[in-house]
Ligand binder design. Structure first.
Ligand code: NAD
Length: 319
């Protein structure tokens, strides 16, 4: 078996490779070739940690495995990332372990790739203003991948603590784009594309703040009870997701489903759009909303890409 440690990942994976791996696996999921298995996520009762497993299998690529890890809120004080994870890949023909791969950077890259894939397929081609809601660990990854999808001319952003917006301003600067910190009441009417990436349990954006034609990628809600946008906005939008079962149970759509405002059948797997089986956006004035809940198959797809490259370059540790 091979080991690809966390420290080696940055040199092995590009944003473009992450985009292509995630786009391909979303399409496999929509065709029914790839399946995510039920997620386990538990409070450990130790170190305030949440720990779990996400697993799945893609019959097209033969990626089989799991990501194990979770959230240790005390890690930052120890100089470590709060989110910790490792990915295990198995041989789909024999069940033997193939590899253990660091999952921290890959999680950030595959999550950024998911919102980028949604922008690529659902945002208006003439989108010019990119907006970020949230400026935590994930936000810079989401913004970099998003800015590669359209000819954006400006970046605007809001965060509960405005001092953290500097990191997003730096990313905009990397792309040579002007950056402005704005209120939520300005953000909605000015934005063409909005990524929300918050750990929030109450909506921060509602339908009245959003203009027609906007594409939203709601990426922060990945647990029962979390929420980033109002149910009025969800029910006003054309809805897309990575996986419907997760969208209605742990994703942004959970609240509108519970309130009886939408049905699971109203939510389209993004893979159907990628595969050409669904038109996606139908009119320039449509509001499109991608509910990115985060699935195991995204992790396996990027991990398989890394493993292939690490073996080819001779940097995978063989044990
Ligand atoms: P982080 O802790 O670094 O940042 C959290 C962000 O949420 C900050 O911008 C903070 O200001 C904001 N926030 C927290 N509580 C808020 C509130 N009540 N109202 C408004 N803003 C609030 O976290 P991160 O690593 O950037 O992750 C952000 C979210 O994305 C988390 O909920 C995480 O679980 C989720 N996530 C989702 C996926 C996925 O695949 N969908 C993957 C990774 C992370």
């Amino acid at each position: 078996m091979h080991i690809v440690p966390e420290a080696a990942i940055a040199g092995l994976m590009t944003r473009d490779q992450s985009f292509r791996a995630v786009e391909a696996v979303f399409a496999s999921m929509a065709r029914g070739s790839a399946r995510n298995f039920p997620v386990i996520r538990e409070a450990l009762g130790h170190a305030d940690a949440l720990y779990g497993f996400k697993s799945g299998f893609d019959r097209d690529s033969l990626a089989l495995g799991l990501k194990s890890g979770g959230f240790w809120p005390g890690n930052a004080a120890k100089g470590l990332t709060n989110h910790q994870s490792s990915i295990f890949l198995f041989d789909a023909d024999t069940g033997q372990i193939k590899a253990v791969i660091g999952g921290n950077l890959l999680t950030a890259l595959r999550t950024a790739a998911a919102s980028a894939v949604s922008i690529h397929h659902l945002a208006r081609p003439d989108a010019e203003v990119m907006a970020m809601v949230g400026a935590g660990h994930q936000a810079t990854f989401q913004l970099r991948a998003a800015l590669e999808q359209r000819k954006f001319r400006r970046v605007i952003a809001w965060n509960r603590s405005p001092d953290r917006l500097d990191r997003l301003a730096a990313v905009a600067d990397e792309f040579g784009l002007p950056f402005e910190a704005v209120s939520l009441d300005r953000l909605g009417p000015e934005a063409d594309v909005i990524i929300t990436i918050l750990s929030s349990f109450a909506p921060v954006l509602t339908a009245t703040q959003i203009k027609p034609g906007t594409h939203l990628a709601c990426m922060g809600t990945d647990t029962r009870g979390k929420q980033e946008v109002g149910t009025d906005l969800v029910s006003a939008a054309r809805l897309f997701t990575d996986e419907v079962a997760q969208s209605v149970s742990i994703g942004e759509c959970q609240h509108a489903v519970q309130a009886g405002l939408i049905r699971p059948e109203d939510i389209v797997p993004l893979g159907r759009v990628i595969d050409g089986g669904h038109p996606g956006r139908r009119a320039p004035e449509d509001i499109t909303l991608f509910d990115g809940t985060g699935v195991a198959l995204q992790d396996l797809a990027v991990a398989a890409t890394v493993l292939e490259r690490a073996i080819a370059e001779g940097s995978a540790i063989e044990v």
